[in-house]
Design a protein around this ligand. Structure first.
Ligand code: NAD
Length: 249
């Protein structure tokens, strides 16, 4: 068991499937009370039923400020505090530059960058009053650059900068802000990728295989725990080494 997660209140966005569901399970196993948030609320009840902890499920679009404010309000009304925020919800709308529409750009920025900004802002007063808090942003190894993902990579690069800036701004309130950068992980998001694109990504993978959602959940749990207390403003790549450079065999 990790230190200091017992009875902590954790909001996880995009908790309905994939990485967000795994993070919710892991934080629940560590004794946290979990607030499961997703734009697609259908799957949240099933996940909540599995968990052996107090839960709250909220249907919200994190790119909408009124939804986000309501999410924090409901959490405080139910549990009285917010200890952990995991900004996990994210989307892809891939395409080469010439084919990316303005809508593809705006949607990805709204969910992947504006959403986490709104969520961080919404929990800030509560965490400041508590004089403690942990924020973990799920970015992507793609923030370093990835062909066909100009919008996605830029959104995650923006989220890296937001992470580092808020780490500086919020440290004085004992709020840690870190990011986890997953590599290629087996989830519904990657299952929906074109076969050819997935095969290309696997060829570039040092481990030759995808990571699991539990690999990401473990990193998030560590950064959310007391064990990560002096870690602030860091980007933890969980990618089987892919961020270390080009693979030439
Ligand atoms: N799967 C990977 O290989 C991979 C790699 C790097 C980074 N990531 C990042 O990890 C995070 C989770 O990815 P995943 O693969 O589990 O994705 P996923 O598509 O399987 O799940 C994302 C969840 O977010 C929810 N969501 C989407 N838009 C939302 C919104 N506006 N408001 C609230 N919820 C919303 C979806 O309904 C879904 O349940 C994302 O931020 C993604 O960019 C994933």
């Amino acid at each position: 068991m990790l230190n200091g997660l017992q009875n902590k209140v954790a909001i996880i966005t995009g908790a309905g499937q994939g990485i967000g569901a795994a993070i919710s399970r892991r934080l629940a196993q560590e004794g946290a009370k979990v607030v499961l948030v997703d734009i697609n609320a259908d799957c949240l009840k099933d996940i909540a039923h599995e968990l052996d902890t107090e839960t709250l499920t909220i249907s919200a679009d994190i790119s909408k400020k009124n939804h986000v404010l309501n999410m924090v309000e409901q959490t405080k009304n139910t549990f009285g505090r917010v200890d952990i925020l995991v900004n996990n919800a994210g989307i892809i709308r891939d395409g080469f530059l010439s084919r990316l529409s303005e809508d593809d750009w705006d949607k990805v920025m709204d969910v992947n960058l504006k959403g986490p900004f709104l969520c961080c802002q919404a929990v800030f007063d509560t965490m400041k009053a508590q004089n403690s808090g942990k924020i973990v942003n799920i970015v992507s190894r793609s923030w370093l650059g990835n062909i066909g993902q100009a919008n996605y990579s830029a959104s995650k690069g923006g989220l890296v900068s937001l992470t580092r800036t808020l780490a500086l701004e919020l440290a004085r309130f004992q709020i840690n802000v870190n990011a986890v950068a997953p590599g290629l992980i087996e989830t519904p998001m990657t299952k929906n990728m074109p076969e050819e694109a997935l095969a290309r990504l696997l060829r570039m993978q040092p481990t030759g295989k995808m990571g699991s959602v539990d690999d990401i959940a473990a990193a998030v749990a560590f950064l959310s725990s007391g064990d990560g207390a002096f870690i602030n403003g860091q980007i933890l790549h969980v990618d089987g080494g892919k961020s270390c450079g080009l693979l030439s065999l």
